[in-house]
Design a binder for this molecule. Structure first.
Ligand code: 5AD
Length: 349
């Protein structure tokens, strides 16, 4: 192993921060041995707070109708090949009932920015979910909304909110999104969510077009500063109906390095091994957990809509990715020494 890198890894594990230059050194210099050492440190840090527990979230994709036109995303509004759907309130409550039976204690309602889901409708839905399942957490992942909306949804019982910032670099953001979307506004939304009292999830894609290693170092500086309670990262994967269809996918190895580094920066973070990671690599989620992740989010959407929520090509939704195959997930996690728990899975204080 390169001693310079070992020293940096030890420093990161102790001080939970590095300079931008040091992050670049690690990101560019780590070979497989250094990555294994980094992962070992990250696992030890995770185990201090979470032991070998893996938290699960039932992911309900409530609508793929979206008013935005993000250049990388398969459900962007200008994709005519995307078959649109929207779940009814009854569909969503049925998913929660089924998920509860399966042992899920967090439900994530994720969707495109679909104007149908007004505050009024979401508040009613949250009241119903919380009345049916008072021991469960509800996470929303519904994009940019007003501060008053975030506040109303929090008061109606939402516990957490996922809003990936997508990139910490403003110039990069403008290359991934049309002009009507702004990085400053996205960051403002994250601030509002925190002010409203949510456990907040940020996150970014690894290997998105135009991303440089300097930008990845900026991502890590952003995590140091903002300290999101949750951080969703996964490799960029091209979608055939988007501007970026011919761009290369992000690297699995770099994603794993970043998971380990994020764990060391913010030891108590809730860190998912994402579907994108599972899509890009055989045993991708297990490798993510071994790199320091502690959350997986199986798909709890009705089987009839799963193939329609195609953010990127070949997105997994069956096998161990499906909530109904929780047994298989448990086996896979047991094979790496981890236990799937029936728990809300809040971040430790
Ligand atoms: N590849 C990987 N991740 C993607 N997302 C959207 N499109 C892609 C893609 N092509 C991610 C974004 C978004 C989340 C819901 O999915 O980061 O925030």
């Amino acid at each position: 192993m390169k001693m310079e890198l070992v020293t940096l890894i030890d420093k990161l594990a102790e001080e939970h921060k590095l300079s931008k230059e040091e992050y670049i050194t690690l990101l560019t210099g780590c070979g497989s041995e250094e990555a294994a050492y980094l992962a070992e440190k990250a696992r030890a840090e995770k185990e201090k707070y979470y032991g070998n527990n893996v938290f699960i979230r039932g992911l309900i994709e409530i609508s793929n109708i979206c008013k935005n036109d993000c250049y990388y995303c398969g459900i962007r509004r200008s994709n005519p090949n995307c078959e649109r759907y929207r779940l009814t309130e009854e569909d969503i409550l049925e998913c929660c009932r089924e998920g509860y039976e399966l042992g899920f204690r967090t439900f994530v309602l994720q969707g495109g920015e679909d104007g149908y889901f007004t505050d009024e409708r979401l508040v009613a839905l949250l009241h119903s979910i919380k009345a049916n399942h008072p021991d469960c957490a509800v996470t929303l992942s519904l994009g940019e909304r007003s501060k008053s909306s975030y506040k109303a949804l929090k008061e109606a019982g939402a516990d957490r909110y996922l809003l990936r910032h997508e990139t910490a670099n403003e110039g990069h953001y403008t290359k991934l999104h049309p002009a009507e979307l702004s990085w400053k506004h996205r960051m403002e939304c994250l601030q509002w969510l925190r002010e409203c009292g949510y456990q907040v999830g940020a996150g970014f894609m690894v290997g998105s077009p135009y991303q440089t290693v300097e930008m990845l170092a900026e991502e890590l500086k952003f995590i140091e500063e903002f300290k999101p309670e949750m951080c969703g990262i996964g490799p960029f994967i091209p979608h055939k109906d988007t501007c970026f269809k011919d761009e290369p996918a992000g690297s699995v190895e770099t994603t794993l390095l970043l998971l380990s580094m994020i764990r060391l920066i913010h030891p108590k973070v809730l860190l998912p091994a994402t579907t994108a990671l599972g899509t890009m690599a055989e045993n991708g989620r297990e490798r993510g957990i071994l790199a320091g992740a502690n959350v997986v989010m199986p798909n709890l959407s009705p089987a009839s809509v799963r193939k329609k929520y195609m953010l990127y090509d070949n997105k997994l939704s069956d096998g161990a990715e499906s909530a109904q195959a929780k047994n298989e997930l448990e086996k896979r996690m047991a094979s790496i020494g981890c236990t799937v728990v029936v728990d809300r899975g809040d971040a430790v204080k």
